[in-house]
Design a protein around this ligand. Structure first.
Ligand SMILES: [Zn+2]
Length: 229
């Protein structure tokens, strides 16, 4: 079985297909989507045209948004403005290509519901690798040898759900953790504990900002209509 977790934005999808072919991958069985933000799912249509036998597994509630992606693009434009255009279009995919996650029965991959970064977000455990999308924030190795962790908090961010998702991932055990942004670390336990500390730290800072008049300057970030899928 050949799996892909997240496909990146449409603007990079040609390069993704090129690299996969360079790796000698001629068949992809399943594409798993952590969530349908365009930097994770945007390249889906092109990947499916290069690998027409592949099926897509996504969270039940997001199936309709893959089949009719217009509301995702609209939400993206509202939240990200010109940056949304740089990601490219999330093109619709045929409904018959999509498997709602509740119908996934194979035990080769365990699906974990991990909302928070987005209201609809999944993580995947395969063998010793835990694919967390953005449920564990963003990670980047810094050339000095230090590590950079930060919460990924697009509006709206669902704090309590994100924290619960971290606890759920911690309960699974200790695995190699694979980030969507960027790379891998050997211990999901260590990475998730660091992320949890970051989440709580950022919330404390947000509370402090709220108690100053800077909060009014940030009003656009509190717009409940600024919702991404
Ligand atoms: Zn996202």
């Amino acid at each position: 079985m050949m799996y892909v977790v997240d496909v990146g934005p449409a603007s990079c999808s040609q390069q993704l297909v090129f690299v996969l072919k360079e790796m000698g991958i001629d068949v992809i069985d399943y594409v798993f989507l952590t969530h349908i933000h365009t930097d994770h799912a945007g390249g889906l249509a092109r990947l499916l045209s290069a690998y027409p036998q592949a099926m897509v597994v996504c969270l039940d509630q997001t199936v309709d948004h893959l089949v009719d992606s217009s509301c995702v693009m609209e939400a993206n434009r509202r939240v990200m403005g010109v940056v949304a255009e740089r990601y490219g279009q999330l093109l619709p995919v045929p409904r018959e290509k999509v498997i709602p996650h509740s119908q996934w029965k194979e035990n080769t991959i365990k699906i974990i519901e991990t909302p928070g970064h987005a209201p609809h977000h999944l993580s995947f455990l395969h063998d010793r690798a835990l694919f967390v999308g953005e449920a564990a924030g963003m990670y980047q190795a810094i050339p000095s040898g230090m590590e950079y962790h930060r919460p990924a908090t697009p509006p709206r961010f669902f704090f309590d759900e994100a924290l619960s998702s971290v606890e759920k991932l911690l309960e699974l055990g200790d695995f190699i953790i694979c980030y969507a942004h960027y790379g891998m670390l050997p211990s999901s336990r260590n990475a998730l504990i660091t992320f949890k500390e970051q989440l709580l730290h950022w919330r404390e800072i947000a509370y402090q900002v709220r108690n100053t008049n800077k909060w009014n300057d940030m009003a656009e970030f509190n717009d409940p209509d600024s919702v991404t899928s």
